[in-house]
Design a binder for this molecule. Sequence first.
Ligand code: MN
Length: 381
Amino acid sequence: MSIPRNVTLLGSTGSIGTQTLEVCRKHNIKVKALTANKSGRLLCEQAREFRPEYVCVMDASCYDYVRTELADTDIKILCGMEGLCEVASVKVDIVVNAVVGMVGLRPTLAALDSGNQVALANKETLVTGGELVMKKAAEKNLPIIPIDSEHSAIFQSLMGNEKNKIDKILLTASGGPFYGYSYEQLKAVTKAQALKHPNWAMGQKITIDSATLMNKGLELIEAVWLFDTAPDDIEILVHRQSILHSAVQYADGSIIGQLGVPDMKIPIQLALTYPERFDCDVKRLSLADVGTLTFARADEETFLCLASAKKAIKRRGTACTVLNSANETAVELFLQDKIPFYRIGELVAGALEEAKPADIVTLETVLETEIAAREYVKSKI
Ligand code: MN
């Protein structure tokens, strides 16, 4: 595509959203629409700078504020899920979906329905609706371009190798702040420790998911959908330095991977400019400075979330929605100091046992499953 003329950015005030706008600013890409959950002030600042045709806020309590703030502009202000799907449907070169949580599913389907290409940073979309999204993308003959650093790395490792037989995907994981901990040690960790990621600066939800390894579990599911791979053909590789962002092993035994500094601007920019590469404002990687790269197997016995994710994707149906929704709810409760850290894994595993997933995946069964899993977790507090 090279540099797109215009983009719609769903979730513009989060970590990926603001970095996407940095890329747009650098390459003079027109922003057609911006959306936020409830960060109204930042959304309005962004709207003043980028002058989109549309903005949308999810949270209704924020709508009046945004409307008043932008009253002197001709920007169309929308609200809620309906507004989000409406802006996703406006014709652009690419829709960047950087919202947090499974709220990203419906706008992704809406974007594809309107023939918009989608760059996906919102992993919950594929985790809960992978079957729906990939079917729709195939039907519309639109690629889904991954922004998640590991999936971008796999995507890049596959470039030019479309016809070659893959042996397996190597999905790298930093291991998070509690790498090497025993289950007993996990019981004593604090919120401040869990929120301190060794390599990446990210939003709170994903930082906790990295600490529980649920993030890697969600990424495994994401990879199954994006690359049409069997779960057993994906190896989770703990790589503490976050320099090799993932790799693919081919039939001849060769491993091709992508390396770089841990900076999301690289995968964000490539998603917008694929298959071309342009200057990017990131530090150059010096392998000599890094010196040592280490690799190890992941500990699924301590980090229950990872084992649960594997179970869920093998079970198919809406099992991954149970997993994701239970996790979203448990992480919220943890961030509100209502449960200790180690309970997140237990609650997710419990939900997978108790909340019954549907066999057929439709938007309706996904949404029903989401509610049931959330109720399950809340009932256990
Ligand atoms: Mn990632």
